[in-house]
Design a protein around this ligand. Structure first.
Ligand code: DAH
Length: 341
C-alpha cells in the first residue's frame, strides 16, 4: 500500500510537468498512461496484491489518480492550436498562377474588325456554311451559267449539287434581306470554302467579314465614309485609301479598296509587292436585281455592301508568314497569342 502510494505520487509529479501541444506527443502520453498497457492499467493490476482491508482506500486512491491523468490528457488535447489559429496568412506570397487560354489570331482580328463597325451601329449576324445555290449565287445576281461563277472555285455537295460550301459570306446578306426588316446595318463574319490548293498563301477555307447597309437614300458617299472610318480606326490616321473600279455581279458600281502599305508606308516592300498599296476589301452599291430578289423595292431602297478577308490582316498584324498555321492547331503557335488583343 505504501508502495502504491509512492508510485502514484511519483507519477503525479511526472505527469503534472508534462506540457506539449503536439498531437503526436499527446497521443504518446495517452498510450503511456491511459493505454491498455499503460501506467493506470498496471496500477489497477497491482490492486490484486493489496490486502483486503486496504482495498477500499487503495481503490479510492487509484480512481482519483485515474481522473487526474484523464483530466491532464483532456487539458493537453485542448491546448492543441486549431488549424485556423495556426495558419496565418502570408500576404506577401505570390498568388497561385492558373493557366489562361488564348484566343485564336483569326478570332482576335475578327473581334477587332467587328468592334470598329459596332461603334457605327452595325449588328452581327451569322449564316450557314452549307448553302443552297440560290443564296450563294442565284440571288446575288449570278444565275446558272453566269461566267462570274468561275471567279470562285466551288465545292459542291456530291449528293446534291444544288448545295455548296459557301464560297463567300455574301450569302448571309441574302438571308438578312429576306427577313424583310429594314433598315439593315449588319456585319456577317464567317468561314468560307474554295477549291484551292493549300499553300502558305492560299487555303481551301478561310474567313470573311461581310458588311451590309440598306436604307432609303444610301449613297456611295456613305460607303466611302464608313470605310474611311474603318481604315482610320484599324490602321491609323495617316494611312491613305484608294478605290479602284472593279466588278462583282451583286454590286453596281463595284470597287476594290486599297490602303497605303502599313508595313513600308508606301515605299515598296514584299507585302505590297513593291506597289505601295495593299488590297483589303471588295465593295459596291447593292445591285437592284439583288434587292428585288430579296423582296426589297429598289426604287425606294438602296444600300452598300463590302466583303473582306480576315486571315490576311491577321497575318500582317501578327507577323504570320504561312496561312496553314491558322488551321494546324499547333499549341506552340496558338500559345503565343495569350496576351494579344
Ligand atoms: N464576295 C466577294 C468575294 O468573296 C467580296 C465582296 C465584294 C463582297 C463586293 C461584297 C461586295 O459584299 O460588295 O470575293
Amino acid at each position: 500500500m505504501e508502495n502504491l502510494w509512492q508510485q502514484i505520487d511519483a507519477l503525479r509529479s511526472e505527469i503534472g510537468s508534462i506540457t506539449t501541444t503536439r498531437p503526436e506527443e499527446i497521443e504518446a502520453f495517452r498510450i503511456k498512461y491511459l493505454g491498455s498497457k499503460g501506467a493506470v492499467k498496471q496500477l489497477m493490476n497491482a490492486m490484486k496484491e493489496v490486502p483486503v482491508d486496504q482495498k477500499k482506500e487503495a481503490g479510492q486512491l487509484l480512481n482519483d489518480f485515474k481522473s487526474f491523468v484523464a483530466a491532464h490528457y483532456e487539458q493537453l488535447l485542448a491546448s492543441v492550436p486549431s488549424e485556423q489559429e495556426s495558419t496565418t496568412i502570408d500576404v506577401s506570397l505570390p498568388g497561385q498562377p492558373f493557366p489562361l487560354g488564348s484566343r485564336h489570331p483569326v478570332t482576335l482580328m475578327k473581334n477587332r474588325i467587328i468592334s470598329i463597325f459596332q461603334r457605327l451601329g452595325f449588328a452581327v449576324a451569322e449564316g450557314p456554311e452549307i448553302e443552297d445555290d440560290w443564296h450563294n449565287f442565284g440571288a446575288l445576281n449570278l444565275p446558272p451559267h453566269h461566267p462570274a461563277r468561275d471567279m470562285q472555285d466551288t465545292f459542291y455537295i456530291q449528293q446534291n449539287p444544288d448545295w455548296v460550301l459557301r464560297t463567300h459570306t455574301s450569302s448571309v446578306q441574302i438571308r438578312e434581306m429576306e427577313k424583310g426588316k429594314l433598315p439593315i446595318r449588319m456585319l456577317m463574319p464567317g468561314r468560307v470554302f474554295r477549291n484551292e490548293t493549300v499553300s502558305a498563301r492560299s487555303h481551301c477555307f478561310f474567313h470573311q467579314i461581310e458588311g451590309l447597309y440598306i436604307d432609303e437614300q444610301v449613297s456611295f458617299a456613305d460607303l466611302k465614309q464608313t470605310l474611311y472610318f474603318f481604315v482610320k480606326e484599324m490602321y491609323g490616321a495617316d494611312v491613305k485609301v484608294r478605290f479602284r473600279p472593279s466588278y462583282f455581279p451583286f454590286t453596281e458600281p463595284s470597287a476594290e479598296m486599297d490602303v497605303s502599305c502599313f508595313i513600308c508606308s508606301g515605299d515598296g516592300c514584299p507585302v505590297c509587292k513593291k506597289s505601295g498599296w495593299v488590297e483589303i476589301l471588295g465593295c459596291g452599291m447593292v445591285h437592284p436585281n439583288v434587292l428585288s430578289n430579296c423582296g426589297i423595292d429598289p426604287e425606294k431602297y438602296s444600300g452598300f455592301a463590302f466583303g473582306m478577308g480576315v486571315e490576311r490582316p491577321a497575318m500582317l498584324k501578327y507577323g504570320v508568314s504561312d496561312l496553314r498555321l491558322f488551321s494546324e492547331n499547333d499549341v506552340r503557335f496558338l500559345q503565343q497569342f495569350a496576351a494579344a488583343t
